[in-house]
Write a new protein. Structure first.
Length: 178
């Protein structure tokens, strides 16, 4: 079933996109939540008339996302957590905890659903976390978990060290391939 999206849906598309979805998904989820309308001749005609407005909103959203990326990119956020022996946490650091820390320390409200953790953070130290701001605009923030002031420099080096090791491994693989 073809539908016209009325807003952004992660993994499907953005406002004004015409996509093909299962009929049950459209009727039971998209239509009741007013996320999409059926792609009828009348709705397609209305969409063509609204294309200019949609393009203007898209430009504003991209500009906002890029300015937010500049604000967040490379910043450090500290999350307090109880740390046991050998740097293992009691529990884990969640996306909500990171979002709260960003709001408190950087003054930027981020939806916890936009924080891409991959796997839970269960070890103290510095961790790079990606935040999906809008479509393909992403920012990377360094999250310091259970780290005190004097340990901050050590944690930063620990984050940078794996990147350097990955570069060395890549260079060695290229040299071996040649």
């Amino acid at each position: 079933m073809k539908v016209i999206l009325l807003g952004e849906i992660k993994g499907k598309g953005g406002e004004g996109d015409i996509i093909d979805v299962a009929q049950g998904y459209a009727e039971n989820y998209l239509f009741p939540k007013k996320l999409a309308v059926a792609a009828t001749k009348g709705n397609l005609k209305q969409l063509e008339e609204r294309r200019n407005n949609i393009a203007k909103r898209e430009v504003v959203r991209m500009a906002d996302a890029n300015s937010l990326k500049e604000t967040l990119e490379g910043k450090q956020v500290t999350v307090d957590a109880k740390v046991g022996d050998e740097g293992i946490l009691f529990g884990s650091v969640t996306a909500a905890m990171i979002a709260d820390a960003i709001a408190a320390q950087l003054g930027v409200e981020i939806d916890r659903k936009r924080i891409e953790l991959g796997k839970p953070i269960k070890v103290a130290g510095a961790h790079q976390v990606t935040i999906s701001l809008y479509r393909d605009v992403r920012a990377t923030v360094v999250v310091l978990v259970g780290v005190s002031g004097e340990e901050t420099a050590e944690a930063e080096e620990a984050v940078e060290a794996p990147e350097a090791e990955d570069a060395e491994v890549a260079e060695e693989a290229v040299a071996d391939a040649e």
